[in-house]
Design a binder for this molecule. Structure first.
Ligand code: C2E
Ligand code: MG
Ligand code: MG
Ligand code: MG
Length: 281
């Protein structure tokens, strides 16, 4: 809707709106079939120790490869999945696929490589995430420390007692919690101390502005300071240049991910990355 031209007449506007709605409905119908048609795939992007270049963990990122439409970006289909509640089964699939892959790497003698999965607020409203997670850990023999749940800052917009209880239950199980896209959403710092986040992710919009002067650097510094006070780690996302690494290290950030190291890659390529001594680039 936001993309509609404001200069449209009313009837043009209504038609455009109808078209958009029809497109949304069609895409949602296609998404409904995506799971069983095996069109969803979990990609992995390395999270790297900025000192040594070693892979320390991976973020899993969902891909939808439609036979005719090609790759549809998550920013397009995740909102549809949330609106249609398909995020329930899709989120379960992501969780179980990540655990299955983790187990496969260990079985192949590659050692453990902790995985972060992205979880949206709606998933907490649809079912019991702690129960689903517990079952997946048991089924694939995964230790809780091997799994991190990334939750975007926007959870605070509708945070409720149920969400807080779920996050506490996950923490008590030993699951790591990560606050994604930090600094971009609506959140009061006061909320942070009510949750036990193990990690804060600096949004890529700040990393990309690091070379433009003091503003982004101040945000990064402040984030590191806040994280230290909470006893949380900091991960910078969207690292695209070696200058970003230099600046981040100067500011005290020790972990990061971004195209500079690797784009998110399909599991077979990720597997190969793990075999190749875990050092990038
Ligand atoms: P996010 O969790 O903040 O993920 C980071 C996004 O930045 C990913 O986009 C990643 O591919 C991209 N990225 C990584 N390095 C760089 C870089 O150096 N430069 C730039 N410009 N971008 C970089 P992607 O894969 O398109 O995912 C977008 C968002 O979709 C994610 O943001 C996350 O919120 C959501 N998402 C992805 N997978 C899942 C999932 O399995 N479940 C849920 N609920 N959401 C997901
Ligand atoms: Mg994320
Ligand atoms: Mg992010
Ligand atoms: Mg995001």
């Amino acid at each position: 809707l936001s993309q509609l031209n404001p200069a449209l007449t009313w009837s043009q506007y209504t038609k455009a709106l109808e078209r958009e709605t029809r497109k949304t409905v069609e895409l949602t119908t296609k998404l409904r079939h995506a799971l069983e048609a095996e069109q969803l795939e979990l990609y992995y992007q390395p999270q790297v120790d900025l000192e040594s270049g070693r892979i320390i963990s991976a973020e899993s990122l969902l891909r939808w490869n439609h036979p005719e439409m090609g790759f549809i970006p998550p920013d397009q289909f995740i909102p549809l999945a949330e609106q249609s509640q398909l995020i329930g089964p899709i989120g379960d699939w992501v969780l179980r696929r990540a655990c299955r892959d983790l187990k496969a790497w260990k079985d192949a003698g590659l050692g453990t490589c902790p995985v972060s999965i992205n979880v949206s607020l709606i998933q907490f409203q649809l079912g019991s995430i702690p129960d689903t997670v517990r079952r997946a850990l048991t089924d694939f023999n995964v230790a809780p420390e091997e799994l991190t749940l990334e939750i975007t800052e926007s959870v605070f917009e509708q945070h409720g007692r149920a969400l807080k209880q779920d996050l506490e239950a996950l923490s008590a199980m030993g699951i790591r919690l990560s606050l994604d896209d930090f600094g971009t959403g609506y959140s009061s710092l006061g909320h942070l101390k009510d949750y036990q986040f193990n990690e804060i992710k600096i949004d890529k919009s700040f990393v990309s502005q690091l070379d433009e002067g003091d503003y982004a650097q101040a945000i990064v510094k402040a984030t590191i300071f806040i994280a230290a006070a909470l006893g949380a780690d900091v991960v910078a996302e969207g690292i695209e240049a070696s200058e970003h690494i230099t600046t981040l290290r100067q500011l005290g950030c020790t972990k990061g991910q971004g195209y500079y190291f690797s784009r998110p890659v399909p599991e077979p390529i990720w597997h190969q990355l793990l075999i190749n001594k875990k050092v990038l680039p």
